[in-house]
Design a protein around this ligand. Structure first.
Ligand code: 13P
Length: 246
């Protein structure tokens, strides 16, 4: 029912030369059984769009549609550049740019209004997990970050425990299952079963070729949001294949 999604977040990595990796991916996955999305830096979005069937997304947008916001990019501009999706509320932005859930929700609303798919990220810190506050934190971020305008087409939720990002640490499959099940239940409660069950839920945080297949067995894991291992076709391709094999 939910089409699987293998999404890559290049973060602040990549130049024109990196587009060769997209070429390799597109050749290796000419007719994929899952959706493939790469979110390169904004400088590469338009050039990256030459590599169908890989969809291209952005990593942030402004909540306003235009105006005096030096250095920011509006959702309409991302769409104009060729993006079909945008990552919002990544923990690196929540942390380094002090983005709170209200702002993330406003950005997600702006993205959806332009027809972009908002990939809204959330996750707990290690201290919050150790204090057994994970579900409270996720519940708060879900309630605060997701706009009422959300549907199964224009919203994806990514669960990314902060302590698992770029560390090689991965939660147990039970821990992932608990959080994804919780997110699913909350979405169904808020939006009803139809929409709630159609929103795709991604796991992110140190997903690699050697652990992807196990992670993809977890119920309500509809794919992954991959950082470091999305930078090369050699690493990302086996993750895509693991998702196709589910
Ligand atoms: P890593 O896969 O490098 O841990 O990054 C995950 C992430 O933050 C994706 O948004």
């Amino acid at each position: 029912m939910r089409r699987k999604l293998a999404a890559g977040n290049w973060k602040m990595n990549g130049t024109q030369a990196s587009l060769a990796e997209l070429g390799k991916l597109a050749t290796a996955h000419a007719a994929p059984a899952v959706d493939i999305l790469i979110c390169p830096p904004a400088t590469l979005i338009t050039a990256a769009c030459a590599h169908a069937p890989i969809a291209i997304g952005a990593q942030d947008c402004h909540m306003a549609s235009a105006g005096a916001h030096t250095g920011d990019i509006a959702a309409a501009q991302l769409k104009d550049a060729g993006a079909t999706a945008v990552i919002l509320g990544h923990s690196e932005r929540r942390d380094a740019h002090e983005e709170h859930s209200d702002l993330v929700r406003a950005k997600a609303r702006a993205a959806q209004a332009e027809g972009l798919m908002a990939i809204v990220c959330m996750g707990e810190s290690l201290a919050q997990r150790e204090a057994q506050n994970t579900l409270d934190i996720i519940g708060g971020q879900l309630a605060g970050s997701i706009p009422d305008s959300s549907t199964g087409e224009n919203l994806v939720v990514a669960y990314e425990p902060i302590w698992a990002i770029g560390t090689g640490l991965v939660p147990s499959l039970d821990q992932i299952s608990e959080v994804h099940g919780f997110i699913r239940a909350r979405l169904e409660r808020r939006f009803g079963a139809g929409v709630g069950r159609s929103v795709r839920l991604l796991y992110g945080g140190s997903v690699k070729p050697d652990n992807a297949a196990d992670i993809f067995t977890v119920p309500d894991v509809d794919g992954a949001l991959v950082g470091g291992a999305s930078l090369t076709a050699a690493d990302f391709s086996p993750i895509i294949k693991a998702l196709e094999a589910v």
